[in-house]
Every structure is written in structure tokens, then in C-alpha cells.
Design a protein around this ligand. Structure first.
Ligand code: FAD
Length: 385
């Protein structure tokens, strides 16, 4: 017998409950539609600790941004190799220089895990947005231990994960940064996409969901569509077609934030297009701790109009809209139908447009002008044996 820790549709998969459980009674179940914590009733001793750390069990504690900036890292390599402006990497490096430990998400052994690092060099493992659900199991306990020892810890993750860390172990020396989040598919959607392209995720050594500069893609990299068009994984992500159900009722997709500092893309920026193409981040600062994180001489920061940011970035006002055909799409994915076929069935116009663009690309006629930099598309590299 098993039951959910919170509500089946609400569970964000933050896994704080899994970390607190002394009986090992909680497991993650990835059903494509949901990525949920499930209790094994045979092991459960009804201590109630899982409910206490569940961020769904209470209203989120949020605050409105008091300061906002746009900007980027002054370090060219960090700027170029990050998803937007590279603020995340620069803030992480400075936090370590000031004696703290940093916890964020990395891709390792085919999984999107969290790690705690203490050296500036190691921060590189976090770089890049992973447009998929990550799994912070294990780090809650580790962060709590570090905080209890009096160490300073910076946690950077999705808003639901930040809420969970704060519920598990908020402390004056915990600094929390969240990212503006569009929503996330479960890892099995990505695995399904790769598998239907003949790739086992366990053989993947690096994965990138968004590439700013085509020249940075290595010769060994595999991409899944011709330049100028999105592969079907990225298309489904960008159009919010395949997120787990909780993402469409997300309580954190709003201007009021759970973190000290929020990072995102500076959509709505009025900087010249040539500057924006290089990647510009937005930073929304809610607390004095957030201000401290931004007080960093390696960041180039400037004002931005918050009204314009709000208009251009819907995730700051409401969650992504659940598509009407969500159930059918998710059932098809569960039944092993390729994303390509699912798009052909549900969005034939787009599908045939892509076929035409691919043919035009092969004869050198597409893209005619350089596509915008920073597009979302998937590239991977496989371990060389
Ligand atoms: C799933 C997802 C959806 C997003 N949707 C939007 C959006 O709608 N609007 C918007 O403005 N910005 C969105 N972003 C944020 C955007 O992609 C950039 O991360 C942000 O602009 C900061 O860029 P950066 O160059 O400073 O850092 P990046 O190079 O992007 O590094 C980001 C940091 O976030 C961590 N991270 C990356 N992926 C995950 C993950 N899956 N789970 C937990 N932590 C992760 C990394 O470990 C790293 O520390 C999203 C990010 C993600 C991961």
C-alpha cells in the first residue's frame, strides 16, 4: 500500500520529505504526468515529519522585489558559457570566495542531481539551465548540517525547491536564490526523447538545453534539429506541452518570491539587440541578503523597467497554461510514442513547416538570416569510449 505525502497533482517533487524520513519509507515515482513523493505504508511509522517539511502544507512565505537590475558577468568566458547573463555563476563564485558553500544542480551519471561545492573551480559544474525536473534528494540534510555548524550556504534552484530548503532548514546563514521558472517536464520525458533517437541518457557526458553561440558547440556534439529550428524536446518545453501537472498550478509563478534573489532572462530589456544577443539576465532582489549577493564587482549591472519585465515574462504573473490536449500528449509519451509523431498528430502545421525548413537547410536556403542568439535547443555529447 502506498499514498502521497501531499496531493498527487500538487507535489512538486522537491523531495524534502524523502530526506527527513528516518524509515526510508518515501520514494520518487516518475509517472511522466507526475514526479511525486510516495509513502510506503508498510514502512511508515506515522511520525508526521514528512508533512512538516512539505512546502505544500502551508502558504508560501513570499516577498516582493525591492530592487531590480539587468546585467551580466564581466568575465567573458562565464558570460558566454552561461544560459543568459551568467549572474548565477558569478554570484556562486563570489559566495565561495567569501568562505561559503554553494549548492545547486548538475548533470551527472544521467541524472539531474544537486551537489555542494566549496571551490571556485567546481562552480562550473552548475553552469547552464537544465530544462527538466531536477532532484535535490540528499542535499537538505547536508545543508542543514552545514548551517548547524555555522557555515554559510547558498542554495540556487527552482522556486519550489527554494521553498522546500527554507522550510527544512531556514537560518540566518542560508542564502536562497531561485530562478524564474516556466515549468518542467519529468526526467522520463527527456529520457524518452533521447531513447527514441537511439541514445541512452546514461551514456551522455554533457547536455546543454540552450546554446548562445553556435561556434561553441563541439564537433562531437549531437543536436537533434538543423540550425534555426527547435528539436521536438525543446519545442514541447518552450510551448509548455509536457510539464508535470503541478507546474500548471504552480504557487511560485508570481512576482512575490520565496527567495532572497531571483534570476531570469531579461525579457523586456530595452538594451540594443546586439547586447541582448550576448545574454542578459534580470535580477530581482527581495531582501538585504539578496542585495549582498548582488554586491559583486564581477557583475555589470544596470537599471531595468520592472513593468516591461513583467509584461515580457508571464511566469512572473501566472503559471504556464496547461494545453487542452495535455492528457493525450502525456498518455502518448507514456505509451512510448515519439515526440515527433505526437507533434505531427497535434500540431501538423508546425510539423510540416519544420520538414520544409529542414529540407531548405539541407540545400543551403535556411536560415536565411542569422537566427536570434540564445535559442533553446538540445545538444549532447556522449562519452567517448
Ligand atoms: C526549468 C527552467 C525554466 C526556466 N524558465 C524561465 C522563464 O520562463 N523565464 C525566465 O526569465 N527564465 C527562466 N529560466 C531561467 C534561465 O534559463 C536562466 O537560468 C537565468 O536567466 C539565469 O541565467 P544565468 O546565465 O545567470 O545562469 P545559468 O547558466 O542558467 O545557471 C543557472 C543556475 O540554475 C541552476 N539550475 C539549472 N537548471 C536547474 C534545474 N532544472 N533545477 C534546479 N536548478 C537548476 C544551475 O545549477 C545554475 O546554478 C528557467 C530556468 C530553468 C532551469
Amino acid at each position: 500500500m502506498s499514498r502521497y505525502v501531499c496531493d498527487e497533482n500538487m507535489c512538486t517533487g522537491c523531495m524534502a520529505c524523502k530526506d527527513i524520513c528516518s524509515q526510508g519509507a518515501i520514494a520518487v515515482i516518475d509517472s511522466v504526468k507526475h514526479y511525486n513523493a510516495v509513502i510506503d505504508e508498510n514502512k511508515c511509522i506515522e511520525c508526521g515529519k514528512c508533512g512538516k517539511v512539505c512546502q505544500n502544507a502551508s502558504e508560501p512565505v513570499v516577498s516582493k522585489p525591492v530592487i531590480w537590475h539587468q546585467g551580466w558577468s564581466k568575465n567573458q568566458d562565464t558570460h558566454e558559457s552561461s544560459t543568459s547573463g551568467g549572474l548565477a555563476a558569478e554570484i556562486e563564485k563570489e559566495f565561495i570566495r567569501n568562505g561559503g558553500a554553494v549548492c545547486s544542480c548538475t548533470f551527472e551519471d544521467g541524472r539531474f542531481k544537486f551537489r555542494v561545492v566549496r571551490s571556485v573551480e567546481e562552480v562550473g559544474i552548475f553552469r547552464g539551465s537544465k530544462y527538466v525536473k531536477s532532484n535535490p534528494t540528499g542535499v537538505y540534510r547536508e545543508i542543514k548540517t552545514l548551517l548547524e555548524r555555522g557555515e554559510k550556504v547558498l542554495f540556487l534552484g527552482l522556486p519550489c525547491q527554494v521553498a522546500a530548503v527554507k522550510k527544512y532548514c531556514d537560518a540566518p546563514n542560508l542564502y536562497a536564490v531561485d530562478i524564474i521558472c516556466h515549468g518542467t517536464p519529468s526526467p522520463s520525458v527527456l529520457e524518452h526523447f533521447l531513447h527514441s533517437s537511439g541514445i541512452d541518457i546514461n551514456d551522455v557526458s554533457t547536455i546543454s538545453f540552450r546554446v548562445k553561440d553556435y561556434s561553441r558547440i563541439s564537433d562531437n556534439a549531437i543536436r537533434f534539429a538543423v540550425p534555426g529550428i527547435r528539436d521536438y524536446y525543446s519545442y514541447c518545453f518552450g510551448k509548455a506541452l509536457d510539464y508535470t501537472e503541478n507546474c500548471y498550478i504552480c504557487r511560485y509563478a508570481r512576482l512575490e518570491r520565496v527567495s532572497d534573489l531571483t534570476l531570469g532572462d531579461a525579457w523586456g530589456s530595452e538594451l540594443p539587440v546586439e547586447v541582448r544577443k550576448k545574454g542578459v539576465s534580470v535580477a530581482l532582489c527581495q531582501t538585504p541578503k539578496g542585495e549582498k549577493l548582488l554586491n559583486n564587482e564581477n557583475l555589470e549591472l544596470m537599471p531595468i523597467d520592472l513593468e516591461k519585465v513583467l509584461k515580457a515574462n508571464p511566469q512572473l504573473s501566472h503559471p504556464s497554461k496547461k494545453p487542452e490536449n495535455w492528457n493525450s500528449i502525456m498518455n502518448d509519451i507514456s505509451n512510448g510514442i515519439k515526440l515527433k509523431k505526437i507533434i505531427r498528430k497535434n500540431y501538423p502545421k508546425l510539423y510540416y513547416k519544420n520538414i520544409l525548413k529542414t529540407i531548405l537547410n539541407k540545400v543551403g536556403l535556411y536560415p536565411r538570416k542569422k537566427t536570434r542568439m540564445n535559442p533553446i535547443f538540445l545538444t549532447i555529447e556522449k562519452e567517448r569510449i
